[in-house]
Design a protein around this ligand. Structure first.
Ligand code: FES
Length: 69
């Protein structure tokens, strides 16, 4: 674990408790329609399924019963 943290160029991903998967860094995301979305810094992906802006988190997890397993 410590070795990974020492690589400053490694992609950092945080799994937020009862919340989104947060990816830090530049991303190119191809959505279900084939459109490409570019992100520059930090991107939160929905894990709960309630977001109306999939695949991104829109904060809807706060109003659901979503639990980590
Ligand atoms: S994790 Fe935030 S809306 Fe699903």
């Amino acid at each position: 674990m410590k070795q990974i943290e020492e690589h400053t160029d490694a992609t950092k991903i945080d799994v937020k408790p009862k919340g989104p998967l947060v990816v830090h860094g530049k991303l190119s995301i191809t959505d279900k329609d084939g459109s490409i979305i570019l992100k520059d810094r930090r991107t939160s992906f929905c894990r709960c399924g309630a977001s109306l802006n999939q695949p991104f988190c829109d904060g809807a997890h706060k109003t659901t019963e979503f639990e980590d397993n």
